[in-house]
Design a binder for this molecule. Structure first.
Ligand code: ATP
Ligand code: MG
Length: 339
């Protein structure tokens, strides 16, 4: 049985006068129905472009290609505008980091919610308004009937984000892609919004792809996680397993660099990952983390390096664990010297 969301070899290419850039270069990812998958990775590694590819909103002149890019058994490659309209909203919804980029400042909350519902469903204006009130109540917006007449600028950031979630839920999607939905919010509101998404998932079984920089958030809400580096997934697995036993050197570095409640000892120094991410023009042969990797050795330059299984559901893109498993002495010595 194929995964609910099944991505293999996804590439996003941007033509430029200096030659093509490939910010997403061979991304593999699966999402199961009803789960929350978190995507983490440093700024510019292609998280948002991946999300946009899944909802058909990669901006021109960027080009999307893939071996597989499918949702609920349907290929999303080469879909026309009409086909996207039947998916975007009713089946796949997106929550953006900044609600002001998706809410129209010129229209009231009510008219925007009603319009989304009436675009996708046969529903009367009155019924849509009632449903808008129900949805706002459900996402914890106080005085929902009065809010319908307000404009986005009259709401706080937390309330606007709740309105975005209500809008995403309004057509009962099967997949919500939330791209840093809480980054602009204070910690208390952030916890409320994430709690709300988890509760809605329990009630409706919606699958959620959550893009975030916050490993504390990942640890608390995601069933599985994918770590992206330079446009590829370098490690993926059950959240608890990846956080407890990171296998890829980038994941290891990332966990050392970010204080994570319950994982980082109080007072322990935080690590850094020396070097920079290779530009999206760099050749994809060999490991993309090579120049920054403390375990690097010549074999790492002979690519491409596949995402290889470590344990059930846990895979990573580094030759070290496989070489270790094969009893190669060079790697054992390197690992020993590090620890
Ligand atoms: N429309 C575009 N035109 C040119 N380059 C783009 C465009 N959109 C994204 N990029 C580039 O592609 C790369 C990946 O961008 P993306 O927005 O997916 O990163 P991200 O992982 O979401 O980063 P962040 O964590 O900062 O949101 C970046 O280097 C970005 O500058
Ligand atoms: Mg982004």
């Amino acid at each position: 049985m194929s995964a609910f969301v099944d991505i293999a070899g996804l590439k996003v290419t941007i033509p430029t006068p200096q030659g093509p850039l490939t910010p997403v270069r061979g991304l593999d990812l699966q999402v199961v129905k009803g789960e929350t998958l978190a995507i983490v990775g440093e700024s510019g590694c292609g998280k948002s472009l991946t999300a946009l590819a899944l909802i058909g909103l990669v901006p021109p002149p960027c080009r999307v290609s893939a071996e597989r890019l499918s949702f609920d058994g349907q290929s999303l490659l080469g879909l026309g505008a009409a086909a996207w309209r039947t998916l975007r909203g009713p089946r796949i919804a997106m929550i953006f980091q900044d609600p002001m980029t998706s809410l129209d400042p010129c229209y009231t909350i009510g008219s925007q919610l009603v319009e989304v519902m009436r675009t996708h469903r046969r529903i009367s204006e009155t019924a849509a308004r009632q449903r808008a009130i129900d949805l706002l109540t459900r996402v914890g917006v106080p005085s929902p009937a009065a809010r319908l007449g307000q404009y986005p600028h009259q709401l706080s950031g937390g309330l606007r984000q709740r309105v975005m979630i209500a809008m995403a839920l309004s057509c009962e999607p099967d997949l919500i892609i939330a791209d840093e939905p809480t980054t602009a919010l204070d910690v208390t509101t952030q916890a409320q919004v994430l709690g709300l998404l988890a509760q809605l998932q329990d009630e409706t079984g919606v699958a959620i792809i959550l893009i975030t920089h916050d490993l504390g958030v990942v640890a608390s809400v995601a069933h599985r996680m994918a770590v992206m580096y330079a446009g590829q997934v370098v490690e993926t697995g059950p959240t608890a397993a990846v956080l407890a036993r990171p296998s890829h050197p980038y994941t290891e570095g990332l966990l050392r660099a970010i204080p994570t409640p319950g994982l980082t000892a109080r007072g322990a120094p935080l690590g850094t990952i020396p070097g920079i991410v290779p530009p999206p023009t760099a050749a994809t042969d060999g490991c993309l983390f090579l120049a920054r990797c403390p375990y690097a050795r010549p074999a790492c330059a002979a690519g491409p390096i596949p995402l290889a299984p470590l344990a059930p559901g846990h895979a990573q893109r580094c030759i070290r664990p496989l070489a270790e498993r094969a009893g190669e002495p060079g790697y054992a010595a390197l690992v020993g010297a590090d620890g």
